[in-house]
Design a binder for this molecule. Structure first.
Ligand code: ADP
Ligand code: MG
Ligand code: MG
Length: 937
């Protein structure tokens, strides 16, 4: 590694000091073409060549092909970059000749000569990867300006101010990109050469009392470039190169190397872009927006990227170059009258300032949209009244904009229904299902703490520190944010009452996260910057204290915390959402169910389009509102000493279970409902504190000692892998029998009432078929009893199991002998497959991701390589035994788009997810079907 770096360094050093002659060349790779020319209505590349030419190069070529005014130039391929970096900074041997030829062609078309004293051509060296990595790599403008070409350009343009302005920009960019970054020099934060030169420029402006860069005179600039060059020499120890060719090769190499720049590498990690793609270099004739009042530069979108409004939208600056618009040096002007806003309404639009050019630009953006059939993000420059196009690409957009544009374009017949469905990323739907913080307000606010984005949307409220306070404050009509170190089941009331939840600990599948997501509630977990003082009812973040009642704003989709109240916007009022989802369902083949534990949840989920319940957790009735009575019965059952006592307690519990089960099936009106038998370890239900134990003892009329003893007896070292799930049913068959009876009797009653019921009974935490067989015996007996008692001939019911232990997946062929359906419980399957406790991953998962040991948190998206393999095996072996085996998933992954697509490819019948994720899963499933179709073709 170290030697490689050295090689790169020395190669560049030589190139930079002696020009092309000394550029190192690797062995010739015969027949490989590295350079692709474009200009004057022709191009060797095209839009499809993104992999080879990068997005920018491919689109520059395409714009030439369709006759748009693009300054001529050429693209050096990403393959060349890969070669260059692989050989420690050596160019392929054939490159020099190809570059020379392409440069000559460019000179001819532009009518200028690179390095010429009379009529010099200047060029830019622009980066451009396959996928857009905005601002992550480098670009150098005005390459070719030097003592030889400056006088000629001044004479030709009769504009010395422009020439010196261009030259000072070259020195600033080149010294930064080529002489510092590409050399691997890492100055301290804020001490880079560009910053130093910037400071010098500001100093001059301050001394002279100028407000804007455009106030600098020729004399100021002339002096500045001399000072700049002296400063560069002093800081970097090298002369600023005065040879155009040397500048050009320096620029090319530096752009290649910017692929491995710190920012670019970090961005690739986040976006999952492979390291071996490389960037292309676009060498392009310069056009100038800084030649005076008839010159300008700007960026624009063919439609509004924030809202999707069908209005040409953008910003521009007169007498400016390149990055000035986005750099925020001056407030940019609005493009047209229709899209003026509060900040720029007093500034002139391009539409009124240069009506002819505006018309031409407007026609071009329309042509581009028609050609690419998508919203375009464009860069343009106007040189003395003449328009030039410098870039186009498909524009990034918010979720709301994505949906609006897809539907607009469908109605405009620009795209077909299939394309419209593919145009919205499933996660973008989140924005439409919850109120969100106003993005404009967020832009101006400071993030005071960051955590994991556990529950979507935005929330604004007064902070409180206990669940009881949350309930109390909410009762008084206040919006609250519940702040906890971490949450537990006893907090659910408070969590329900709060607008948002903020915790100091916990991961994406911690209790708070699961519950919040289930409700579609804004939630941030694992926010390490919080110092919570529950007793003092205050919170400290970064030295600032927030007392109870202080207002915070949360962005649960990003994990950002703000002080004070930010505006929120309700995005649900988009009438197009329903229309869009209808189209989505036309393409979907896999079912989408929901995880719901109450009749209310079931109703919400049905409104979102759920086609059944994939997971009903029986134990839910023992938490939260209305749980007092059933919980008391359950505790009585747990504390029973004999089978008779237990059976009596179960009989008391029975009506509560049956009531919930029946109401839920009724709400689902004939759609399948998967009931999971009691899953958690029993000790979770025995109170731990002495006072609570005493209370319970009094309630049950037994000595407190008994309660204590039972609690101790139930205590387990590792309850997650302890006496839970089917193991309870094996040791206490009567517990299973009670649940079977509740479900079957409820179904029988509904049927007799003329309603529909379709229960599916799911046995959790199984690892071998004999467990299933043992429970099935009990089930068959209860089934026969219920039939006899009800007089019905049959009750439609399926008997199946959750597959959440690796052994169950591996022995799926046996499991399917008894199970009529499988539902993959991927939370536990991931936990046991990895050996990662899902409640304790907070301690190391961050580093695993930072160090690229795992590509993603496997609790958020299915680990397809490992856990996915278990799932595949499970499905295949299961269907070997029972070809029509119904297979679904009920883990948190069922609502995560990539995982949903995976479930489709392994042939699942349905996915099941929390109610608010149902639309997301529907869209992901439709996209998976469309993708599979187009692959087949
Ligand atoms: P980025 O990928 O960061 O957008 P670009 O390569 O697009 O970088 O260049 C940065 C800025 O310089 C852009 O505003 C672009 O329009 C401008 N620019 C690039 N090449 C030229 C050129 N040949 N003539 C005029 N302006 C240019
Ligand atoms: Mg650009
Ligand atoms: Mg489980």
């Amino acid at each position: 590694m170290a030697t490689k770096k050295k090689q790169v360094k020395s190669a560049v050093k030589k190139a930079a000091t002696k020009g092309m002659k000394a550029v190192k060349q690797s062995a010739p790779a015969k027949g490989v073409k590295y350079v692709y020319w474009f200009g004057a209505g022709k191009a060797e590349g095209r839009a499809d060549d993104k992999n080879l030419l990068g997005g920018k190069g491919a689109n520059l070529a395409e714009m030439c092909r369709i006759g748009l005014p693009v300054p001529a130039g050429f693209t050096i391929s990403t393959e060349c970059c890969v070669e260059y970096l692989k050989h420690g900074g050596k160019y392929p041997k054939t490159l020099e000749a190809e570059v020379k030829a392409a440069l000559a062609k460019t000179e001819k078309v532009m009518g200028m000569k690179f390095g010429d004293a009379e009529n010099p051509l200047l060029v830019s060296c622009r980066s451009g990867a396959r996928r857009s990595m905005p601002g992550m790599m480098e670009t150098v403008l005005n390459v070719g300006l030097c003592s030889k070409t400056i006088p000629g350009l001044i004479k030709k343009t009769n504009n010395p101010r422009f020439v010196y302005d261009a030259y000072r920009r070259l020195i600033m960019m080149y010294s930064d990109v080529v002489m510092e970054k590409a050399e691997g020099i890492e100055p301290a934060e804020g001490k880079g050469i560009r910053k130093q030169l910037d400071d010098m420029l500001h100093e001059v402006k301050k001394q002279k009392g100028y407000a804007s860069d455009t106030d600098l005179t020729v004399e100021d600039l002339q002096k500045l470039v001399v000072d700049f060059k002296a400063h560069v020499k002093e800081v970097l120890g090298k002369e600023f190169p005065d040879d155009p060719m040397e500048q050009l090769w320096g620029g090319i190499g530096a752009v290649f190397k910017s692929w491995n720049g710190k920012r670019a590498v970090a961005y690739r990690r986040i976006e999952g872009i492979p390291d071996d793609w490389g960037t292309a270099v676009n060498v392009q004739a310069m056009v100038f927006g800084n030649m005076g009042d008839t010159s300008a530069t700007g960026v624009a979108f063919s439609r509004n990227p924030a809202t999707g409004d069908h209005h040409f939208y953008g910003e521009w600056l007169v007498n400016a170059q390149g990055e000035d618009v986005v750099a925020g040096i001056r407030t940019p002007n609005p493009l047209n009258e229709a899209t003026k806003n509060e900040q720029n309404k007093h500034l002139p639009s391009l539409e009124t300032s240069m009506p002819q050019v505006y018309k031409q630009l407007d026609a071009i953006q329309k042509k581009l949209e028609k050609h690419y059939k998508d919203m375009q993000d464009i860069e343009f420059t106007i040189q003395e009244g003449r328009l030039w196009m410098l870039q186009c690409r498909v524009g990034k957009r918010t979720g709301v904009a994505a949906l609006n544009m897809a539907m607009d374009m469908l109605h405009e017949k620009l795209i077909d229904a299939k394309t419209a469905v593919m145009r919205v990323a499933p996660v973008q739907l989140d924005e439409m299902l919850h109120p969100i913080l106003d993005p404009a307000a967020e832009k101006n606010a400071k993030v005071i703490a960051k955590g994991l984005p556990a529950g979507p949307g935005g929330a604004v409220g007064h902070i409180v520190f206990t669940a009881a306070d949350a309930v109390e404050w909410a009762k008084q009509g206040k919006d609250v944010i519940l702040v906890r170190e971490e949450t537990n089941p006893e907090d659910v009331e408070g969590m329900r009452a709060a607008k948002g939840i903020l915790t100091g600990r916990g991961g994406m599948t911690s209790h708070a996260a699961l519950v919040a997501r289930g409700w579609g509630k804004c939630c941030i977990v694992g926010c390490a910057a919080l110092h919570i003082d529950v007793h003092g009812k205050k919170l400290r973040i970064d030295g600032t204290e927030y007392e109870e009642g202080a207002v915070l704003s949360l962005n649960g989709s990003k994990g950002h915390v703000y002080a004070g109240a930010l505006d929120t916007v309700d995005a649900t009022e988009n009438p197009r959402f329903q229309e869009f989802m209808k189209i989505v369902d036309k393409f979907r083949t896999m079912g989408v169910r929901t995880n719901a534990d109450t009749p209310e949840d079931a109703r919400v989920a049905r409104a979102f389009g759920a086609e059944g319940i994939g997971l009903f957790r029986t134990e839910h009735m023992f938490y939260g509102k209305g749980s007092d009575e059933p919980l008391a019965k359950l505790r009585k059952m747990i504390l029973s000493k004999t089978v008779e006592e237990r059976k009596a307690a179960l009989n008391e519990l029975f009506p509560f279970v049956k009531r919930d089960v029946k109401a839920t099936m009724e709400a689902m009106d004939g759609l399948p409902v998967t009931f999971r038998l009691l899953d958690p370890p029993l000790h979770e239900f025995v109170p731990q504190s002495e006072s609570k134990q005493a209370e319970l003892a009094a309630e049950l009329g037994i000595p407190v000692e008994d309660v204590k003893k039972r609690g101790e007896a139930l205590h387990e070292t590792n309850p997650m892998m302890g006496h839970r799930g089917v193991r309870l049913g094996i040791t206490y068959p009567e517990v299973s029998a009670m649940q079977f009876r509740a479900i079957l009797e409820a179904a029988a009653e509904l049927i007799k009432e003329g309603k529909k019921a379709l229960p599916e009974i799911m046995i959790p935490v199984t690892c071998c078929v004999k467990e299933l067989d043992a429970q099935k015996k009990i089930f068959d007996q209860v089934y026969a009893d219920v039939l006899a008692a009800s007089g019905l001939k049959k009750i439609p019911v399926l008997y199946g199991t959750m597959i959440e232990i690796p052994r169950a997946a591996l022995t799926a062929d046996e499991m399917a002998r008894t199970a009529e359906f499988f539902s993959f419980g991927t939370n536990d399957l991931t936990q046991m497959g990895f050996g990662f406790s899902r409640d304790d991953i907070g301690g190391f998962m961050g580093e695993y991701l930072d160090k690229n040991i795992l590509p993603a948190d496997p609790f958020q998206t299915i680990d397809q390589r490992g856990i996915g393999e278990l799932i595949k095996i499970g499905v295949q072996r299961g269907r070997m035994t029972r070809p029509n085996l119904k297979v679904g998933i009920c883990g948190e992954h069922g609502g995560e788009p990539e995982s949903v697509k995976f479930c489709f490819t392994v042939g699942m019948n349905y996915v099941s997810c929390s109610p608010y994720r149902v639309p997301i899963a529907r869209l992901a499933a439709a996209q998976a079907a469309i993708e599979a179709q187009s692959k087949k073709k």
